[in-house]
Design a protein around this ligand. Structure first.
Ligand code: CAA
Length: 256
């Protein structure tokens, strides 16, 4: 068994980190994450994805002990591979929910940022403590955190390295929901299951359009939206959704 696996049930694939005690994200996990993201994207029986680290901890970041002896030349290569792995997770063309328990620090927080939504345990602590190691976030944190919560709030977290408890994370918009610790996975699964029942192609289009739109100008974003919007008229889901609205009433369509 690897330290990170994809477990599938009821249309939901869970990418489960399992490297006690802190799920430190070593190179083997980073590389495997990329493979599992591709697998989750490819498999028809996976319609939504959960990122999960178990009941105690999400992930306390990249493996500092492994990184300690790396030099500049090595990290030039490795940092690209690290970012590619996380980007592969962010680009899974299906809804992704991060279920955050305990610590989500450094690369752990950055992994949660690759999800579309974050549900956190009331005991969760999130942060980007790399500054305390004389570093900056290297797995997308400077970019994805600033886009999610805005530059000044992101700079506060990145400049200080402080840990944010769940209620503050909720207020910052860093997480979307806070629930009792023993309910995090169950609630993430319920959320993902609802999304898994939606129209897969339209969900893919929505995700791609929102994400790509954040990286481009309004005109280009609108063109992308328009093309997808028109393109979805060629899908069975669109036909089913509209027929069901007319014949059964709003919100009754079943897509799987
Ligand atoms: N890498 C490697 N080992 C780690 C680790 C990490 N990121 N985080 C924790 N561990 C190890 C500890 O060294 C310790 O190992 P031993 O039992 O062998 O001593 C074990 O996990 C348990 O940790 P603690 O004893 O420290 O547990 P704690 O409850 O007192 O504290 C913690 C928990 C607050 C998470 C603390 O361990 C901590 O601050 N960890 C580091 C967090 C961090 O700096 N993350 C950023 C990493 S760099 C990065 O992620 C770069 C990037 O952008 C990709």
């Amino acid at each position: 068994m690897s330290s990170v696996n994809l477990e599938v049930s009821g249309g939901v694939g869970t990418i489960r980190l399992d490297r006690p005690p802190m799920n430190a994200l070593n190179i083997a996990i980073q590389d495997r994450l990329r493979e599992l993201a591709a697998e989750a994207g490819r498999r028809d029986d996976v319609r939504a994805v959960i990122l999960y680290g178990g009941e105690k901890v999400f992930a306390a970041g990249a493996d500092i002990k492994e990184m300690r002896d790396m030099d500049h030349a090595g990290m030039v290569v490795r940092s690209r591979e690290l970012q590619e792995s996380f980007t592969a997770v962010a680009r899974i063309p299906k809804p992704v929910v991060a279920a955050v328990t305990g610590y989500a620090l450094g690369g752990g927080c950055e992994l949660a940022l690759c999800a579309d939504f974050r549900i956190a345990a009331d005991n969760a602590k999130l942060g980007q403590p790399e500054i305390l190691l004389g570093l900056i976030p290297g797995a997308g944190g400077t970019q994805r955190l600033a886009r999610l919560i805005g530059p000044s709030k992101a700079k506060d977290l990145i400049f200080t390295g402080r840990q944010v408890k769940a209620p503050e994370a909720l207020a910052l918009g860093l997480v979307d929901r806070v629930v009792p610790a023993d309910e995090v996975y169950e609630q993430a699964h319920a959320w993902a299951t609802r999304l898994a029942q939606g129209p897969a192609l339209a969900l893919r289009a929505a995700k791609e359009t929102v994400d790509a739109g954040l990286e481009t100008d309004l005109e280009t974003g609108l063109a992308l939206e328009r093309n997808w919007f028109a393109g979805l008229f060629a899908t069975e889901d669109r036909e089913r959704g509209m027929r069901s609205f007319v014949e059964d009433g709003p919100g009754k369509a079943k897509f799987r």
